[in-house]
Write a protein of this length. Structure first.
Length: 167
């Protein structure tokens, strides 16, 4: 397993890929967030919110994690009969939600979706624009793009802090 992927020692289940081992868009979503792309990676979260929240492996039915044309990050899109793996981040604060919501592209819509094994829906960012034909592969992202994406996330956070300080 790539050492920079969130690793909470979830066991060796071969059905689960190793990579998954004020809020402006949806008020009142609580402390949880289903993540399936770049926010699964501890170093990205560290740069954005300053910590790696507690999390657990999660799977959603009838969705897929799709590549996005010209982008390193993926989008979650409806896909009947498919399964998408990710993590449910726990204990997010309102300030952390604000950062994550600002970080996400405008083409994401925050929606509550059903997560297998949970009784209450969990918010996630669903992609609303064009997607690629292929599924996004976290291991490929980790090997080929993670370091650069972490740097980009850190730069975004510094610039966001600078903009906030200038207001």
């Amino acid at each position: 397993m790539h050492d920079r992927i969130l690793d909470r020692s979830f066991g060796n289940d071969p059905a689960i890929p190793a990579a998954v081992v004020g809020m402006s868009r949806l008020p009142g979503v609580g402390e949880r967030l289903f993540v399936y792309g770049t926010l699964q990676f501890g170093p990205v979260l560290e740069e954005l919110i300053g910590r790696t929240p507690d999390c657990e492996v999660a799977v959603v039915r009838d969705w897929r994690v799709a590549t996005l044309p010209g982008r390193l990050y993926p989008g979650l899109v409806a896909a009947p009969g498919r399964m998408a793996a990710g993590l449910v981040l726990e204990g997010l604060t309102p300030a952390e939600w604000e950062v994550l919501d600002a970080f996400e592209d405008e083409e994401y819509e925050l929606r509550a979706i059903e997560v297998i094994g949970r009784t209450d829906p969990v918010p996630t960012y669903v992609w609303t624009a064009e997607v690629g034909r292929n599924d996004w592969v976290p291991e490929v992202f980790a090997a080929d793009h993670l370091d650069r994406f972490v740097e980009r996330s850190a730069r975004w956070r510094r610039e966001a802090a600078h903009r906030t300080a200038g207001q």
